[in-house]
Design a protein around this ligand. Structure first.
Ligand code: BGC
Length: 712
């Protein structure tokens, strides 16, 4: 290979041959398509992204194979985050199911639709731990917890990739964004990240490592810096840790122009310098900037980048192309017949879309109002989301078949004939007329179902907020409806935890419905009318006030905890206490559960021993229901300040009305380990607390000791 051909393999560019939205400026697209064909012919690009369609995909691939000297096939990548044509709940919503197996199924279904559409590779899962709800990309990940996030990350990698990467329906996955992007200061998008190495290693890295262990072959480098060194130019991160410690054999792709942005960071002097720094730090493939094709040949010629390093980068990329079977079958995922069968594939996913959506809904509050009756109860469905079809999918749905998406009113009207539907207000701008009409209608109704929250574009990339509240116009509608006196069920649509207040918080019932995707309406109706008993739990803490951010349940202990007492000289605020309004792991059901005191196999756990912890959980209500049984620990004295609680196990169990089950967990020393003051990852002997509870704020701890290694 010539140096230019090598640099081409190290480059990915946006697909202008078959852009995902050809309606936008078709002429320009056409011209750009010609330019891209030229780039492929000249071997200046080895992968293209965010395009769709088999016919043009075949043509692009034909050019790469037949009209270039070496005939190396292209990889087609894309952002397929929570569904291709069938849209599943946003990842944050799906995490609320606390069922990684659901995520594995939706990722598999996504892979079937995506690979049939001419795409080999998705830039997902997003595995960034998000501890600040102001950050808009909270929606794309699994929330604030390391353990839960890891479980969902692994499930998604397995689901996308399937059991054999060479098979026609295997979708190559890319855990992103490496690393600590979720740690942006103040929750502000693209901001700096100032965290310690132990926080990086204990909180932000584990999901990546777990994904690689599960078979992920590519990673995407992040936009942010970490303690002053941009991730996309960070040799310690991408070479020492990733290659040295983790023995990663796949390749790293930069985020969109993240290599070029080293210049904006003030970390590189110009594009050439940025290419050098990103490449030598460990970014194998440059996305969209074109800096590698422009500068790598010259950087090698001048001795600033070694030929061996370039060869190694190319080898990694070609190995991944080989691993997915592209050399044997360059027309993989480019089968016209399979594409024609897409309608059938899609309709086979409706049931899964509904199931995953209803399992993602979280019941925050219920003062004997839910479930609703299917007849004999006059329902007013009101709010800007009542019949809206533009905000069902949520952020990062590049494709998403809008025609198949079922809004809330359609779902509800399928179950009850006694429904009046009104918009009430706009998403943001106040319209008193709509509010007056809604109030009149509420007075005639037995129950108000109020569909409010964040529009779709309030979360996702570049959508950080300072006030994580229900938009003003909608809050105003809620206040007016509350004054009418009819009981209210709030359907809260959101891509992050919100600080809810006033009439929204005082509503008789609150369901967090995230963005649920294609089957939004039917899934919400299933829960509203009790055809499905809600079982979701919050994957993020819902704060009492926006100003509490960053607020997450597993925060380190302070020297002056507030407890339940006075705020003076305690770690809290003047205006508001230091707790979440609805904590991580919280969620109600239409039945009730009780937890007995956990039982431990021993109160002195040997260094190499496995501790067994079990609990009797009873369904004390009159309906069958599912409960997420959660195991938390706390290390009471340690060389580094430990979180007040840490999730170390969870299981969703179905309990019939009146049934009691014993739920057991196992803990090993590894589960108690963290990066201590000496930088080593290890457990420290001494006292631990252990809870098995229904949320991160429930239950009473039992104690055990981890015995030192020397004590037999
Ligand atoms: C986002 C990535 C995405 C990439 C390619 C970037 O702006 O940060 O998550 O994969 O664009 O579309």
């Amino acid at each position: 290979m010539t140096l230019e051909e090598k640099a081409g393999q190290l480059t990915i560019l946006a697909d202008t041959i078959r852009p995902c939205n050809p309606d936008i400026n078709p002429e320009v697209n056409h011209r750009q398509a010609d330019e891209m064909v030229d780039q492929i012919r000249r071997s200046r690009v080895g992968s293209i992204f965010n395009g769709v369609g088999v016919k043009e995909g075949r043509e692009a691939q034909r050019i790469a194979i037949e009209e270039t000297r070496l005939g190396i096939p292209l990889i087609f990548g894309s952002d397929v985050i929570h569904g291709m044509w069938t849209v599943f709940p946003i990842p944050l919503g799906e995490a609320a199911s606390f069922e990684p197996s659901i995520a594995e199924q939706t990722a598999r279904a996504t892979a079937l639709e995506t690979t049939a559409s001419g795409i080999h590779w998705t830039f997902a899962p997003m595995v960034d731990v998000a501890r600040d709800q102001r950050w808009g990309r909270v929606a794309e990940g699994s929330g604030e917890d390391v353990f839960l996030g890891k479980a969902f990350a692994v499930a998604r990698v397995k689901g996308f990739q399937g059991s054999d990467l060479r098979s026609e329906d295997a979708l190559l996955s890319t855990p992103k964004h490496f690393a600590a992007y979720g740690g942006v200061s103040g929750g502000m998008e693209y901001n700096f990240v100032e965290i310690s190495e132990s926080t990086l290693r204990d909180v932000h890295l584990p999901a990546f490592k777990a994904c690689l262990d599960a078979g992920a072959l590519t990673l995407m480098s992040a936009f942010n810096d970490i303690a002053g060194v941009p991730a996309s130019g960070n040799k310690w991160l991408m070479t020492d840790i990733l290659r040295g410690e983790w023995h990663f054999k796949g390749f790293v792709v930069s985020d969109y122009t993240a290599d070029e942005e080293l210049v904006n960071h003030g970390f590189a002097a110009d594009g050439r310098d940025a290419a050098r720094l990103a490449f030598t730090a460990g970014v194998d493939m440059s996305m969209q900037s074109g800096l590698y094709v422009d500068h790598l040949p010259d950087l090698v010629a001048s001795g600033q980048v070694s030929l061996e390093a370039v060869d190694e980068g190319v080898r990694r990329i070609l190995s991944v192309k080989k691993a997915i079977g592209l050399f044997e079958n360059p027309y993989k995922c480019l089968d016209l017949k399979r594409e024609e069968s897409l309608e059938k594939i899609k309709s086979g996913h409706d049931e899964l879309a509904r199931e995953s959506a209803r399992r993602s809904i979280v019941l925050l509050k219920n003062e004997k109002l839910l479930p609703l009756k299917k007849s004999g109860q006059k329902i007013l469905l009101v709010g800007p989301f009542a019949s809206d079809v533009d905000n069902l999918h949520g952020c990062w749905t590049v494709y998403g078949d809008k025609k198949r998406a079922v809004p809330v009113d359609v779902g509800i009207c399928m179950k009850s004939k006694d429904v009046e539907v009104l918009q009430g207000c706009n998403f943001e701008a106040s319209t008193d007329r709509g509010i007056d009409e809604a109030v009149e209608a509420a007075k005639r109704a037995d129950v108000v179902v109020l569909a409010i929250g964040e529009p779709e574009d309030f979360s996702g990339e570049s959508q950080s907020r300072t006030q994580i509240v229900v938009p003003e116009a909608q809050q105003k509608l809620a206040e007016a409806l509350a004054a009418a006196g009819t009981p209210i069920v709030v359907l809260l649509r959101t891509g992050r935890a919100l600080a809810i207040s006033g009439a929204v918080l005082r509503a008789e019932a609150i369901l967090v419905t995230w963005f649920l995707g294609t089957q939004t309406g039917p899934a919400i109706a299933d829960v509203l009318f009790g055809d499905y008993n809600p079982s979701g739990k919050l994957p993020v803490s819902f704060p009492a006030d926006s100003g509490q951010q960053p607020l997450f349940y597993n925060a380190p202990r302070t020297g002056r905890p507030q407890g339940n007492g006075d705020r003076t000289f305690k770690a809290t605020w003047r205006e508001v206490h230091s707790k979440a309004l609805f904590p991580f792991g919280f969620g109600l059901s239409y039945t009730s559960f009780s937890f007995a005191t956990p039982l431990l196999s021993t109160s002195t756990m040997g260094w190499d021993e496995t501790l067994k912890a079990s609990v009797q959980v009873s369904n004390t209500g009159e309906r069958d229901g599912e409960e997420v049984v959660q195991l938390y620990i706390h290390d009471c004295v340690a060389s580094r300040v430990r979180p007040v609680r840490e999730l170390k196990g969870f299981r969703k169990v179905l309990l019939r009305a009146g049934e009691t089950q014993k739920i057991s967990f196992e803990l090993r020393r590894l589960d108690l380990s963290f990066h201590g003051a000496d930088g080593n990852f290890q457990a420290e002997p001494g006292e631990f607390h252990l809870w098995i509870s229904s949320s991160s704020a429930a239950g009473e701890p039992v104690k055990f000791q981890l015995m030192p290694a020397s004590v037999a």
